[in-house]
Design a protein around this ligand. Structure first.
Ligand SMILES: Cc1cc2nc3c(=O)[nH]c(=O)nc-3n(C[C@H](O)[C@H](O)[C@H](O)COP(=O)(O)O)c2cc1C
Length: 397
């Protein structure tokens, strides 16, 4: 007997599939083991001898929206790394101004500088050497995000303790253990993890404050799911099964037996948006509800303005926060829906700015901005490593 069940996607969205009644949905919201080659980046630079390539091998593990991995590095000048973005690897629906993509570039840059230091190299970072990327994604071109000039450090720099966490850091994309609180001491330690100029970390584990924030996550998730364009954007970046995961090594990777079965029998439609009121919608809604309800605390990053450089700096601070979380064994999972800048989301974009900053949402690059909003908690088992493309794919040499 067949009946309809629905596969909940990591990162948002739902796949409708007909399955036998005996098939279990348990585990479908999380990924199975990925093919080894897809996660080889997490072994580090291996036998690479060039210090720049070694550093890039660490940097490609940076967190980034929808795992698009938009980074390109030009190594054609000696002692210089030029960081660019791939203008094709953007999220026009959920991130129409590329703000989140640039946060992913900031995270890359921070890991790159940390890894260069480990190689004994000082990095002088100049952002936007040929001018900033414009707001319009269609006008994004090959201009560099940063020029990183390498040299010998003036003096022996103290090693960055967070370097040891780079290959252990993974974003937890499943429900947290709702019986395990996050302590105020852990929160405070996290908030002290980052020293990036101009980026302020805030957070709460106060039971009185959590319900409003959980509700905001849940409500804003519905907006993303209901909008055909934004839900489709996630579906089209979904990779199912070893062959697709190995081919792309990016996006939202799903590899459980159940998802693969549903895909193999042609029941997975990645070209049709979710429809309100369907079981699929309700199931996806339940997943976001689970993530929201099991949030045992929240952390956020804000900046006094919303310039391109401040977006990069937010990424540098964010990855430090996640590295610290990895060291402490606590989960930091972005819940970015309310921070998405498409028109349907505007009420929630306003609301999150009122809640966190007591101000209206930014309308110019000079306005205070919530750059990241993440839930805190503990997962039952360690989160898995997420695929990365091969090192060679990022390097222009
Ligand atoms: C700016 C930004 C926004 C993100 N937003 C979300 C989100 O809303 N939901 C989610 O599950 N993950 C989110 N992530 C996490 C990415 O999905 C994750 O970094 C990516 O899949 C790679 O996985 P990894 O961090 O475990 O290496 C975000 C990451 C960044 C940098």
């Amino acid at each position: 007997m067949q009946r309809r069940k629905f596969i909940r996607l990591v990162g948002g969205g739902t796949i409708a599939a007909a399955v036998t009644t005996t098939a279990s949905l348990s585990g479908c919201a999380t990924t199975g083991a990925y093919p080894d080659a897809a996660i080889e980046a997490w072994k580090g630079p291996g036998n690479e001898t060039d210090p720049r390539r070694r550093a890039v091998a660490y940097a490609i593990t940076a967190p980034n929206p929808h795992n698009l991995q938009p980074w390109l590095v030009d190594l054609r000048q000696p002692d210089v790394i030029v960081l660019k973005t791939d203008p094709q690897r953007v999220l026009p629906e959920t991130d129409p101004f590329g703000r989140q993509i640039l946060i992913g570039h900031g995270a890359f840059l921070e890991l790159l500088v940390m890894a260069l230091a480990k190689e004994g190299l000082a990095a002088k970072v100049t952002l936007w050497p040929e001018g900033e990327l414009p707001l319009d994604l269609n006008a994004w071109d090959g201009r560099p995000i940063a020029r990183i000039a390498l040299g010998k450090p003036a003096s022996e720099a103290a090693p960055d303790a967070l370097f040891a966490q780079i290959l252990k850091r993974h974003t937890p994309k499943s429900d947290y253990d709702a019986t395990r609180a996050v302590s105020a001491v852990t929160l405070q330690t996290l908030l002290e993890s980052s020293n990036v100029n101009g980026i302020t970390l805030g957070g709460t584990v106060d039971d009185a404050k959590l319900p409003a924030m959980r509700e905001l996550c849940w409500q804003s998730a519905q907006v993303e799911l209901l909008n055909p364009r934004t839900s489709l954007e996630s579906l089209q970046l979904t990779r199912i099964g070893p062959a697709e995961i190995l081919k792309h090594r990016d996006g939202i990777s799903l590899n459980t037996g159940f998802v693969r079965f549903a895909n193999a029998v042609g029941m997975v439609d990645r070209n049709a948006p979710l429809a309100q009121g369907t079981t699929a919608y309700k199931t996806a809604f339940g997943r976001f509800e689970g993530h929201s309800r099991t949030a045992m605390g929240f952390v956020w990053l804000t900046s006094a303005g919303n310039s391109r450089s401040q977006q990069i700096d937010a990424g540098r601070a964010y990855v430090r926060l996640q590295l610290k979380a990895s060291e402490l064994g606590v989960g930091v999972h972005p819940m970015s829906q309310a921070l998405q800048e498409f028109s349907d989301m505007k009420p929630y974009y306003d609301k999150i700015h009122q809640l966190i900053l007591g101000k209206n949402a930014p309308s110019t690059a000079a306005d205070a901005t919530v750059q990241m909003f993440c839930r805190l908690g503990y997962t039952a088992s360690p989160p898995p490593a997420t695929p990365r493309r091969a090192l060679e794919r990022f390097i222009q040499a």
